[in-house]
Design a protein around this ligand. Structure first.
Ligand code: GLU
Length: 482
């Protein structure tokens, strides 16, 4: 029997959740939901100087917004509590003691400056940065001397003299010779566990079967493999996701536009559109259909279709996807999503008629933030366009249409869509007009524009009085021309 899939998203709370982190979270989540396993959220907060609770909260809230719920982790608990690394220090100490007992770690007294100088030399020689092993074979006397100098020390793992091979689902087999890896720190000089060590202990303890993460960690993976082998633990399967680039082919950064998930929420993007856009960053659906809701993504997702090479984040495409998802929603649902995006100018009456107004404007909506300016254009600021007024003044019979429309609007007892349709028809019958000759002057009278949304539909939420006011304004504007 194959083991149940268990994945994790393991952010370090040192900043807001950005597009890259969200993509990693999403790929783990989609894979797990597709496989019917458990998805874990683990907070990697052992870098005490840079971690902050505020970021943990922000990351959780962004994941919530995206709908990426976790089966185990902060707030929901689970069999492997606690899910904050800062609360698991005893366990790291236990494993570190075991490594010390085995004699596979040694104290390293090198200072940050010495290590930096070493890396500098390696860069100059175009070699991969790694620890040279200066403290590997210190005599007791040398250790005592360093300690007398008051130097702090970290513990390094003495790596074996053999290559470590990452069998990666996305990248294939990547082999690292030991001299490219170097002995690495497991316990830092301040006593806290290093990333490569804590991550292995936790992934093992939490029964993680698949590690899906950014390929900036690929060079860490040989170190982690050495630790699994040392401890005799079964390593997970790896899948390293290639970098995300901006439209110019450079690594995605602030310079390209919004990179924090929260910014997208504020700009009026829908979470389902974000999920759709993130899913396409380094994965493609087998049927080639890119616009997908979350259930379709879950159904179609597999790690085997994750790209080996970098993907591009295209802001216009995210907007496009957002428009697709937004317009697919029923008007009542769009109204709920608009809750935080309604303009202050929205009248009480229009608020009650919001679904009709949304229905009218939906084809022009791409983002939730598009609603307010459209509302203002069609419902608040009424200033007829000079070209439309001129057209009305010059077009044969057009003014008469407006006058007759005004009469029928004045006489209207009620103003439902059916009422409006029948008063327009009555005006047409009276004028013996139909088609553009009838509708175009009417459109100008109601919208002040020659083109726009279906004016007879717009008349309903505008209501009788606002329609009359507009007709008056337009007639006055025609008069003012003379
Ligand atoms: N805390 C690490 C990070 O945020 C996690 C890396 C991993 O998934 O192993 O980059």
């Amino acid at each position: 029997m194959t083991k149940e899939v268990r994945t994790r998203f393991a952010p370090s709370p040192t900043g807001d959740l950005h597009v890259g982190g969200a993509r990693t979270a999403l790929f783990n989540w989609l894979f797990t939901r597709n496989q019917g396993g458990d998805y874990i959220l683990r907070i990697e907060d052992t870098d005490f100087n840079r971690s902050a609770d505020q970021y943990t909260e922000q990351i959780k809230s962004a994941l919530d917004w995206l709908g990426l719920n976790w089966d185990e982790g902060p707030d929901v608990g689970g069999p492997h509590e606690p899910y904050h690394q800062s609360q698991r220090l005893d366990r790291y100490k236990e494993v570190a003691d075991e490594l010390m007992k085995r004699g596979v770690v040694y104290p390293c007294y090198c200072t940050a400056e010495e290590l930096e100088a070493e890396r500098e030399r390696q860069r100059a020689r175009r070699e991969p940065p790694r620890y040279s092993g200066r403290c590997r074979n210190l005599s007791e006397a040398e250790k005592e001397k360093f300690e007398a100098e008051g130097r702090d020390y970290a513990y390094r793992y003495r790596i074996p003299e053999k290559p470590a091979t990452v069998k990666d689902i996305a990248k294939g087999e990547v082999s690292f010779p030991p001299d490219q890896v170097g002995d690495f720190i497991v316990i830092k000089s301040n006593g806290s566990p290093a990333y490569n060590f804590a991550v292995v202990v936790d992934d093992h303890d939490m029964g993680i079967t698949h590690v899906v993460r950014g390929d900036d960690h690929l060079s860490n993976t040989p170190r982690q493999i050495y630790l699994y082998e040392e401890m005799g633990w079964q390593p997970p399967k790896w899948c390293h996701l290639a970098m995300i680039l901006g439209s110019d082919g450079e690594r995605l950064s602030k310079r390209h536009g919004a990179t924090d998930v929260e910014e997208y929420r504020e700009k009026g993007f829908l979470p389902e559109a974000m999920v759709n856009a993130l899913a396409l960053l380094g994965w493609s659906p087998p049927d080639g259909v890119e616009v997908k809701d979350v259930d379709e993504l879950i159904e179609a997702f597999s790690l085997e279709r994750v790209n080996k090479s970098a993907s591009r984040f295209d802001f216009d495409k995210v907007r496009y996807l957002n428009g697709q998802h937004l317009r697919a929603l029923p008007a009542t649902e769009i109204c709920e999503r608009l809750e935080d995006f309604l303009p202050e100018s929205l009248t009480k009456n229009d608020r009650e008629n919001l679904p009709e107004i949304v229905e009218l404007l939906r084809e022009q909506l791409e983002l939730l933030t598009d609603f307010a300016p459209l509302y203002e254009t069609y419902f608040v600021d009424f200033s007829p366009e000079p070209s439309a007024v001129k057209w009305l003044a010059e077009q044969d019979g057009a003014l008469e249409v407006v006058t007759v429309l005004k009469k029928h609007v004045e006489a209207a007892q009620s103003f439902s869509l059916a009422d409006v349709e029948s008063l327009i028809k009555a005006a047409g019958d009276e004028l013996e007009q139909s088609g553009a000759d009838l509708y175009k002057p009417m459109r100008v009278a109601v919208t002040g524009q020659l083109e726009g949304p279906e004016f007879h539909r717009l008349m309903v939420p505008l209501g009788r009085q606002r329609c009359l006011d507009r007709i008056e304004t337009v007639l006055q504007a025609v008069e003012d021309l003379n």
